[in-house]
Design a protein around this ligand. Structure first.
Ligand code: NAP
Length: 286
């Protein structure tokens, strides 16, 4: 058994799927789930995602081996402050937040000095549904998990968190906090923003009813992620403001160039851009 008592704070899609994956491979003796709303942990208990349901943070953390924080990034600082008095010296604490700079800063403010067991992380896996009902054991199979250990992170704690994710079938990579936020701004945060913006733009047009009736596969593919949780993405966009703004500025410049190519009828520019994009996508997404 790898973990005796795993405590998941925030039993939604990501935390719930981690619990299910570790139970599936019998890597954990007991999973304790904590949530602010009682109905969430009772649902998680009923679904067999957790073994013990708690809404009291002190009771949840009693005897914890590993603590996984899986709430929206904007809620993390408050939770760090709540857990700080109840952590043991050897407790490993990790999170799954989609931004890392903001989480590390929040932890520094809340803990004062970062505990050596603190190992920030981010699974690059998800679906557009949320809540514990959406959780499933295979979510992390063949997916990547980024760990962004900080100077204070203890090597043994990093190894335990790495092992946790590998048991779920994920490939673990380590990255610098700042670099993580830049990479994710480009590959995840900007695409989500664009999907939301496009759907909202069309929805506000007078003829939107008709437009959506004729929305075919391409529109569905492009906008699938606009069905993601608005609160979560609100938090992410504000938490990764600098990197996201830099990407938005860069992308707006490219969009302006495409706009002017269309205006001047520059087919060569369009063809070159589309071909380059197709080749890149085919190479990376196969
Ligand atoms: P989720 O399914 O909506 O679950 C969120 C959980 O956090 C729920 O248990 C909820 O508790 C709790 N929560 C929400 N707001 C809270 C608050 N203000 N204070 C305390 N607890 C709160 O969300 P998720 O998709 O699992 O996302 C969780 C984390 O994983 C986020 O940090 C997100 O950035 C990260 N992440 C998400 C994805 C993805 O694709 N979904 C991928 C990678 C990482 P109640 O039910 O009791 O309200």
């Amino acid at each position: 058994m790898s973990v005796d008592r795993l405590v998941i704070l925030g039993v939604g899609l990501i935390g719930g799927s981690l619990a299910l994956a570790l139970k599936k491979c019998a890597a954990v003796a007991q999973v304790v789930g904590w949530s602010r709303r009682e109905q969430t942990v009772l649902k998680a208990l009923e679904l067999g995602v957790i073994d013990q349901a708690e809404t009291d943070i002190a009771r949840a953390l009693r005897g914890a081996d590993i603590v996984v924080i899986a709430v929206p990034v904007g809620a993390m600082e408050r939770l760090f402050r709540q857990i700080a008095p109840h952590l043991r010296q050897q407790t490993v604490v990790t999170d799954v937040g989609s931004t890392k700079g903001s989480v590390v800063e929040a932890a520094r403010r809340a803990f004062g000095k970062l505990p050596p067991g603190f190992v920030p992380g981010h699974p690059i896996a998800g679906i557009e549904r949320s809540g514990v009902e959406a959780a499933f054991a295979e979510l992390y199979e063949g997916r990547r998990v980024i760990l962004t250990p900080v100077a204070e992170s203890d090597c043994a704690a990093v190894a335990r968190v790495r092992n946790l994710w590998e048991l779920c079938g994920a490939e673990v990579v380590e990255m610098d906090v700042l670099h993580h936020d830049e990479v994710l701004a480009a590959t995840s945060h900007l695409p989500h923003l664009l999907a939301y913006a496009l759907v909202d733009c069309l929805a506000r047009m007078d003829e939107s009813e008709e437009i959506f009736q004729f929305a075919a596969g391409g529109f569905r593919d492009f906008t699938r992620i606009a069905s993601s949780d608005p609160q979560m993405w609100h938090d992410i966009c504000l938490a990764n403001q600098d990197a996201l703004l830099a990407m938005l500025e860069r992308f707006s410049g490219d969009l302006a160039q495409l706009t002017s190519a269309i205006r001047r009828g520059d087919g060569e520019y369009l063809k070159r851009t589309f071909l380059q994009a197709k080749q890149t996508r085919d190479r990376f997404c196969g």
